[in-house]
Design a protein around this ligand. Structure first.
Ligand code: CP
Length: 369
């Protein structure tokens, strides 16, 4: 485990190890410890954040280390046109570990190629948010006592809500039933659904009936419509307020269920639901510090623990990634790298008369070649 860019690249055992490390940090997040003295975390945030940046910094301070960085790239030499690669090769001289939030999909992986220190993906566009997912899994496990076989209902902007894709993929080894409720056009990206169904064997259902979905939920995971990812305000206004979890929806849910939200929220969870004991989104934030303490301590090799992951190798193809939000579109010096889809998928595609498919190593977009 050299970097932490995609939780779905860890084996089930690896995810369990990460969770065990995070659970051990829960009491230490309150009391602090002196494990990372002399170590420096750089938080490079090219997009706004409250929870992720502050909880990474709190985690490093609780471990006894220090922090530097920027909360707004407009106050850095990025405005002078500095590339992500050069910024990375500069900051790794000042810090022992980097947490990067960036609007481009695959930016953290690109950063990891240039960094001489570990890189943590603190959110890359609408793609992934693996440290949020680790704290989401920690919340679910702590609050429900298990991860296996849950009915998880994902509600809201599943297209650009990176936390939803991240959680769906990370839960897959735990054999969930995923029920997706999204406005038209904001469904889980097709490549995520395909990967869940074909590669990971996950039951994924799509519905527009939030009330029916709420009745079966062990966990209702709500996400905000990501206005900042829309190209026009009109498009945003068409879907704004499509699904709202209010007291009426909560009343349909099983008594022991959870209502989670990565926050920030707008109108998708009514304030009246905050008083419901099943609404655990503020408790969820509490798990952010121990989860991130565990990540920092593991990546800095401050605690001994083997965390098995899968190596994913890229193959260079003379084919630009067609996803305009991919980091290769904005950081043009990056080579186009792809992974061929698995044999099982290939044979399914062959049956469908499709050509060989590849997945962009950075943003997971699929292309047929
Ligand atoms: N959940 C989350 O990523 O929040 P921030 O955008 O405030 O970091």
């Amino acid at each position: 485990m050299r970097h932490f860019v995609d939780l779905s690249r860890f084996t089930k055992e690896g995810v369990k190890e990460l969770l065990a490390a995070a659970e051990e940090m829960v009491p230490r997040a309150r009391d602090g410890l002196d494990l990372a003295r002399g170590k420096i975390l750089a938080t490079l945030f090219y997009e706004p954040s409250t929870r992720t940046r502050l909880s990474f910094e709190a985690a490093m301070l609780r471990l006894g280390g220090s922090c530097l960085g920027f909360a707004d790239a407009r106050a850095s030499s990025v405005v002078k046109g500095e590339s992500l690669a050069d910024t990375t090769r500069t900051v790794d001289k000042y810090a022992d570990i980097i947490a990067l939030r960036h609007p481009a999909e695959g930016a953290a992986l690109a950063c990891s190629f240039y960094a001489g220190v570990p890189v943590i993906n603190a959110g890359d566009g609408g793609h992934l948010h693996p440290s949020q997912t680790l704290l989401d899994l920690l919340t679910i496990k702590s609050e429900l006592g298990r991860l296996e076989g849950l009915n998880v209902v994902l509600v809201g902007d599943l297209r650009y809500g990176r936390t939803a894709s991240s959680l769906a993929l990370a839960l897959a080894p735990f054999k969930p039933r995923l029920v997706c409720v999204a406005p038209e056009g904001l469904e889980l990206p097709p490549h995520v659904v395909r990967r869940l169904r074909l590669e990971l064997g996950t039951a994924v259902e799509e519905t527009t009936d939030l009330a029916e979905a709420a009745r079966v939920a062990d966990c209702l995971y709500v996400t905000r419509i990501q206005q900042e990812r829309f190209f026009s305000t009109d498009d945003y206004l068409k879907v704004k307020g499509s699904y709202v979890v209010d007291r009426r929806v909560a009343a349909l849910m099983p008594p022991g269920a959870l209502i989670l939200h990565p926050l920030p929220r707008r109108d998708e969870v009514a304030v009246e639901v905050d008083e419901d004991p099943r609404a655990r989104y503020f408790a969820q934030m509490h798990y952010g510090v121990p989860a991130r303490m565990a990540l920092l301590a593991l990546l800095l090799r401050l605690i001994p623990r083997e965390v098995p992951s899968r190596e994913v190798k890229g193959e260079e193809l003379a084919l630009p990634c067609p996803n305009p939000r991919c980091v290769t579109a904005s950081e043009e010096y990056l080579k186009s790298l792809y992974t061929p889809l698995l044999d099982r998928e290939e044979s399914l595609f062959a049956e469908l008369g499709e050509r060989k498919r590849y997945r962009c190593l950075y943003c997971d977009y699929e292309v047929a070649v």
